[in-house]
Design a protein around this ligand. Structure first.
Ligand code: ITT
Length: 193
């Protein structure tokens, strides 16, 4: 099995990606290659950030790798927090701070539709590819569920009465933004190898 580094410092993402892709390639973490810094993330789009993260690790170690950049876009807030989802409530904020800020900003919003969007950038044998996935849903008024991470407790995918934090991880993975992007990556890698 080929080794591919997943350039993330987010252990939740690492767990999800290993569940989804672990049969096709060996996912190596940043910790396993001895990298323990923050990767710069200064782009203004998910695609720019995903590429920046993958490129940073590729430039430093010269190894095959991929990175995921994800954002939650709400219609009531014209797409916010979007590409700024990780630090929506400020530098060093927690997931809970972000969720609270979102609920506050949307307290009077009638339109509660939103989507998660993921872009994965893959650098393999020196060439770059992108894979995207998204899922539509709505922002509920109070957090529900304890699984998942980030905005999962307030995101209810369309057609479900559970939030991502209220459903088993396998179900989230089978319908989620990241799940869909990884499905495309998996198909690509199976063909490639
Ligand atoms: P890396 O950049 O190291 O991969 P990160 O947490 O900074 O980790 P992003 O830049 O993609 O990742 O930030 C996206 C933020 O969006 C993340 O911190 C979460 O708050 C949220 N997020 C991402 N994926 C999510 C998911 O599947 N469910 C809920 N929230 C998610």
């Amino acid at each position: 099995m080929r080794n591919i580094v997943f350039a993330t410092n987010n252990t939740h993402k690492l767990r999800e990606i290993r569940q989804l892709l672990g049969q096709v390639v060996k996912i190596v973490s940043l910790k396993e290659i001895g990298f323990d810094e923050e990767i710069p993330e200064t782009g203004h789009t998910l695609k720019e950030n995903a590429l920046q993260k993958a490129q940073y690790i590729h430039d430093k170690y010269g190894i095959d790798c991929f990175a995921d950049d994800t954002g939650l876009e709400t219609d009531a807030l014209n797409g916010a927090p979007g590409v700024y989802s990780a630090r929506y409530a400020g530098e060093g904020c927690t997931y809970e701070d972000n969720v609270n800020k979102l609920l506050l900003e949307m307290r009077d919003a009638q339109v509660r539709t939103a989507r998660f969007r993921t872009v994965i950038a893959l650098i393999l044998d020196g060439k770059t590819w992108f894979f995207e996935g998204s899922v539509e849903g709505e922002i509920i008024k109070e957090p529900k569920g304890v699984k998942g991470f980030g905005y999962d407790p307030v995101f209810q995918p369309a057609g479900y009465s559970l939030t991502f934090a209220g459903m088993p991880p396998e179900l989230k993975n089978s319908i989620s933004h990241r799940g869909k992007a990884v499905e495309k990556l998996t198909r690509f890698l199976k063909d490639y190898f």
